[in-house]
Design a protein around this ligand. Structure first.
Ligand code: UD1
Length: 421
């Protein structure tokens, strides 16, 4: 019988060299469903070769689209896509399967999408998604585990979100792109992938204005034409590599990234005493010793991203002094710290705040990844630790990081994968 898959890291090697960032996961998972809105074939480039992308490719096929996928590039001819229902099996493979709700509603006026799977990082309600669909003229509800939306005529309308939500902003943008009237989203998310989705839609002839601010205006159009579009580089992969370089006191040049997307992280690394320099599309990170303890509070963009809180708090476990990390977006995003405690970290979690007393050293231990970014945090801990760290459930990491072991190995990390007995 096969054993349990695990990643093995022998810690203590400074990362050094140059590395290329892949296309963005969070932008890819929005742009791929958006291709269903197109009335002609379209091509999406610079996609990361990750499990979430492969799952969406299967969903497009399941809906009847003609799809040609080779890692990095997806050709979609959506004209034959007649389905309006995503299977439970596929919906469970990723959180972003719920973007099919907006994409199918916009395409054919009907959508049935099982409530999605994805990372368990606290309750992840969809009330704002449904409220947004209703505000633009659809019936929308969640019933017996299925998200349903339908409309004979999407009119567009004003959408006021109660909180800043990336997912609901994306879903309403998708549903509204071909509505009969104009939609205005107030309190919209401003993340880089919202801007990238707007650029993709506009490259097909949509009329989306204001993406990147908290008011987005979408004037519905009748048809969207074919396009070839390359998604932006991955902000969170860039940040994870920056943190890995800092954590191992290495010297890494990260190519193909967008430094302005990284301001919140760069500012915190500089505050710690890490050297960060950037030019047009590259960032160089040189980790110095000693580092200073810091306070972090996760916020919506352009604040410190919750997705980098986990790798960053892993780094802070070895920084002398007391660091405070406040998680304001998701309530269960400290589970990686329970694992890193097994390596010798000194951490207390009170409500949504982690109080981290830096230790001199972590020691390799068997650990379990509980979600995607928790897995990235365990990699950071393993790279810093003395001895061998085993990370079980590495499949979580594969959902969002392209060829992460190859990239780290090319920088000098000792990392591999096997099946434990
Ligand atoms: C997206 C990102 C994820 C990131 C998160 C926050 C993608 C594919 N995923 O997730 O990597 O960690 O943004 O930056 O882009 N909320 C509600 N009701 C709703 C929707 C959201 O209460 O209907 C709450 C959530 O519980 C959370 C907050 O709003 O507390 C933000 O969630 P949201 O921005 O929607 O996160 P995701 O889109 O799931």
């Amino acid at each position: 019988m096969a054993g349990k898959e695990r990643m093995l890291i022998t810690g203590g090697n400074p990362l050094e060299g140059e590395v290329q960032v892949s296309g963005g996961k969070n932008t890819a998972v929005a742009v791929i469903p958006a291709s269903l809105l197109c009335d002609e074939p379209c091509v999406i480039e610079n996609l990361p070769d990750i499990e979430d992308v492969r799952a969406l490719v299967d969903i497009l096929r399941e809906l009847g689209a003609k799809v040609d996928y080779e890692p990095g590039t997806l050709r979609v001819d959506p004209r034959s896509a007649e389905g309006d229902t995503v299977s439970y099996r596929n919906a469970q493979r990723l959180r972003a399967s719920y973007y099919l709700l907006g994409a199918l509603l916009g395409r054919c006026g009907r959508a049935n999408v099982p409530t999605p799977g994805g990372c368990d990082i606290g309750s992840r309600p969809v009330d704002q998604h449904l409220k947004g669909m209703r505000a633009i003229g659809a019936d929308a509800e969640e019933r017996r585990g299925i998200l349903r939306a339908s409309s004979a005529c999407l009119t567009g309308g004003d959408v006021f979100f109660d909180m800043v939500t990336v997912g609901a902003t994306v879903n309403v943008m998708l549903a509204a792109a071909k509505a009969k009237g104009t939609t205005v989203i107030y309190n919209a998310a401003k993340e880089p992938h919202i801007v990238d989705l707007a650029n993709f839609l506009n490259s097909m002839g949509a009329r989306v204005k204001g993406a990147g601010t908290d008011i987005i205006r979408i004037r519905g159009v009748q048809n969207l034409h074919g396009t070839t579009y390359a998604v932006i580089p991955d902000q969170i992969e860039t940040g994870t590599l920056m943190i890995a370089a800092a954590a191992t006191c290495g010297d890494v040049m990260i190519h193909g990234c967008i430094p302005t997307h990284m301001e919140a992280l760069s500012a915190k690394l500089l505050e710690m005493g890490v050297l960060v320099t950037d030019n047009d599309d590259a960032i160089r990170v040189r980790g110095a010793l000693p580092k200073r303890a810091i306070h972090i509070k996760t916020q919506v963009y352009p604040g410190f991203p919750t997705d980098l809180q986990q790798p960053m708090s892993a780094l802070l476990t070895t920084v002398k002094g007391t660091s405070i990390v406040q998680e304001t977006i998701f309530e269960q995003r400290f589970r990686h710290l329970d694992e890193i405690r097994r390596m010798g970290a000194q951490v207390r979690v009170v409500d949504r705040t982690a109080i981290i007393d830096g230790v001199t050293e972590l020691y390799g231990a068997p650990l379990t990844a509980t979600d995607l970014r928790a897995g990235a945090a365990l990699i950071i801990a393993g790279l810093m630790a003395r001895g061998i760290t085993e990370i079980y459930e590495p499949g979580y990491i594969d959902r969002g990081y392209e060829h992460i072991e190859d990239k780290l190995r090319s920088l000098g990390a000792v990392i591999s994968r096997d099946w434990a007995e």
